[in-house]
Design a protein around this ligand. Structure first.
Ligand SMILES: [Zn+2]
Length: 332
């Protein structure tokens, strides 16, 4: 067995993200601390399915789904080669966001994604998803519950706390709304949060795939570009990759994608700003978070029409207000 296959398999075993999170959630439900809205038996079946899951490209089903969807659509031979030979694992390392390794002799492309940032992105996506709920036709009681959910999710995001008491209580209220008002409140919220998260992850792995695509990890990289330029190019590639995923997974029939999904592209950088000291300062290899956020903004300006672009900015600004992002910029 080749080296990378070995590393990948042991990493995969070490952290099966969704299985672990489902397990954690199942335990909380069992202890009466969280409510899934499903029968316990259904949860157990889901857990069993996850136990037996044989994900091909990574130890995370969302990542596998994204890769499989892009593979269905893309005609780019170089990208197909990377995707067919990719290995992505979530690893327990708080210091990295993502890392692309030099291509191995057997043609495998290995990528690691830090688990802390992945979780942080998910909690930020949960928080962001609530903001879109206020566009839905809500009954007054549902509005109140959504404000409570927003506050609970702000705390979950800021304190890195998966299931705080407030969040568990508000989940019960959501289930109550579902039963009494029958407006599918929980389903709508879960869809927003989930779809934002998917795009965020598509951008994040797309960034690392971009490094492989451009040969940034090759030892004999003839262009020998500046590290920071490489990062901006990888960001730009990540956006294109996320768009390919959007088109493949959501671009058909009535099931069109929404503005929340474009806005989801910002999540990895906003989330990672909480793991760095100064968002205005360039790192050794990476441009500052602010420069990278501006890069996303510029690229989106080219990809979306004016109305769509303004709408995305509007939501991102209200997210910044909600999490008081401005405080991270000392000059304000
Ligand atoms: Zn990079």
């Amino acid at each position: 067995m080749s080296d990378v296959q070995d590393v990948f398999n042991s990493r995969k075993k070490e952290a099966h993200v969704q299985r672990e999170e489902m397990n954690e959630f199942y335990q909380l439900c069992k202890d009466g601390k969280a409510f899934s809205g499903m029968e316990m038996q259904e949860l157990e079946t889901l857990l069993e399915d996850l136990e037996n899951d044989r994900v091909e490209f990574s130890n995370d089903m969302v990542i596998d789904m994204i890769i499989a969807d892009v593979l269905k659509l893309t005609k780019d031979k170089k990208l197909i080669d990377v995707l067919e030979n990719i290995r992505v694992t979530n690893i327990f390392d708080d210091t990295i966001l993502g890392r692309a390794y030099p291509r191995y002799d057997d043609g495998t492309y290995y990528i690691e994604i830090g688990r802390s940032i992945d979780r942080k992105i998910r909690r930020l996506s949960d928080l962001f998803g609530v903001l879109f709920m206020f566009n839905e036709k809500l009954e007054p009681i549902e509005c109140v519950v959504m404000y409570e959910l927003l506050n609970a999710n702000i705390k979950r995001f800021k304190n890195d706390d998966e299931f705080n008491d407030e969040f568990n209580e508000v989940q019960i209220k959501m289930l109550y709304c579902d039963k009494v008002i029958m407006n599918n409140l929980t389903d709508k919220y879960v869809s927003y949060a989930r779809e934002i998260y998917e795009i965020a992850i598509a951008f994040m792995i797309g960034h690392e795939i971009g490094h492989h695509y451009y040969g940034h990890t090759d030892k004999d990289n003839i262009l020998n570009e500046d590290g920071k330029i490489k990062e901006l190019k990888a960001d730009s590639y990540g956006i294109g990759f996320a768009f390919e995923y959007l088109e493949s997974a959501y671009g058909k029939g009535d099931n069109r994608y929404g503005i929340h999904q474009f806005a989801g592209l910002y999540m990895p950088l906003i989330a990672s700003s909480y793991l760095c000291d100064d968002i205005l300062k360039d790192g050794k290899q990476h441009p500052s978070i602010i420069k990278r956020l501006l890069g996303i903004q510029r690229r989106l300006g080219k990809l979306l029409d004016e109305e769509g672009y303004k709408e995305v900015q509007c939501y991102i600004n209200s997210l910044y207000d909600t999490i008081q992002f401005q405080k991270k910029i000392n000059i304000i």
